[in-house]
Design a protein around this ligand. Structure first.
Ligand code: SF4
Length: 248
């Protein structure tokens, strides 16, 4: 690997944690009082819930299962990615899964096959799941965007806005007990914030009443094997949370 490639890889790694803010400005704020943090987090959760409810429940209220929903939206051309996609990538897995994984958008291989998380990143994800005693068939996995952005760029805000109701509807139909967001982009969209991955990891968040955790995207893990340890910590916590909730 030459110097330029090393620099690009290093910037990609930093971006995975800090997002675009790394390259613009980082504002350091004084620590806030606990009560203020609690009330802000409650407000953000409520806003997020309102957004989820208004987007998914109204627009697709007539749809009662994933298959019908896929048939309804798989020819979508609501943003420019519809014209450039090879295959629409709806989602994959157990429609009654208690654990749902959410990624950012399809990559090249997903675009070819129409299935999320295939190729090297998908294989690594399967291995991570196996390590905490989940089979791929046990879970459901979907992305924020259903079509591949060119050159795997981050989804644009307009694309997230128009495509995310599909994901919210999938969540409503599947009714998972736990959600795991893979990577900063997916977590920022689902938790409606701009926090760094480091800040979001380790905590238990909530999306529309569903317990949610955050970890690195497997593709980022392929670039930086040093992140295997934090991912292992995250998924062990996830398994513990899942066992507590599902055995209730
Ligand atoms: S990315 Fe989403 S909104 Fe855009 S065309 Fe594909 S399915 Fe439709």
């Amino acid at each position: 690997m030459n110097l330029k490639e090393k620099i690009i890889e290093s910037l990609d790694n930093q971006k995975e944690i800090f997002g675009d803010e790394l390259f613009t400005s980082i504002k350091i704020e004084a620590p806030k009082k606990k009560t203020e943090i609690e009330s802000r987090s409650k407000l953000s959760e409520e806003n997020s819930m309102k957004k989820v409810e208004s987007k998914s429940l109204q627009q697709f209220s007539h749809i009662k299962n994933l298959e019908d929903f896929n048939n309804e939206i798989n020819s979508c051309q609501s943003c420019s990615l519809g014209a450039s996609r090879d295959k629409f990538v709806f989602g994959d897995g157990n429609p009654n899964a208690d654990l749902m994984l959410i990624g950012e958008a399809p990559g090249a291989q997903e675009d070819k096959e129409g299935i999320p998380f295939v190729g090297r990143a998908g294989k690594l994800l399967n291995d991570i799941l196996k390590a905490i005693k989940f089979e791929r068939e046990d879970i459901y996995i979907a992305n924020i965007l259903k079509c591949r952005p060119p050159k795997n760029r981050d989804p644009l805000p307009s694309e997230r806005e128009v495509c995310s109701p599909y994901l919210y509807k999938q969540i409503e139909l599947i009714k998972p007990k736990v959600i795991l967001c893979l990577g900063k982009v997916a977590a920022n969209v689902m938790l409606d914030n701009k926090d760094s991955l480091t800040k979001m990891r380790g905590d238990i968040h909530e999306i529309n009443g569903i317990k949610t955790m955050v970890t690195f995207h497997p593709a980022a893990l392929l670039r930086n094997p040093n992140w295997k340890k934090p991912v292992w910590e995250d998924v062990q916590k996830l398994r513990k949370l899942f066992d507590e909730l599902v055995s209730k």
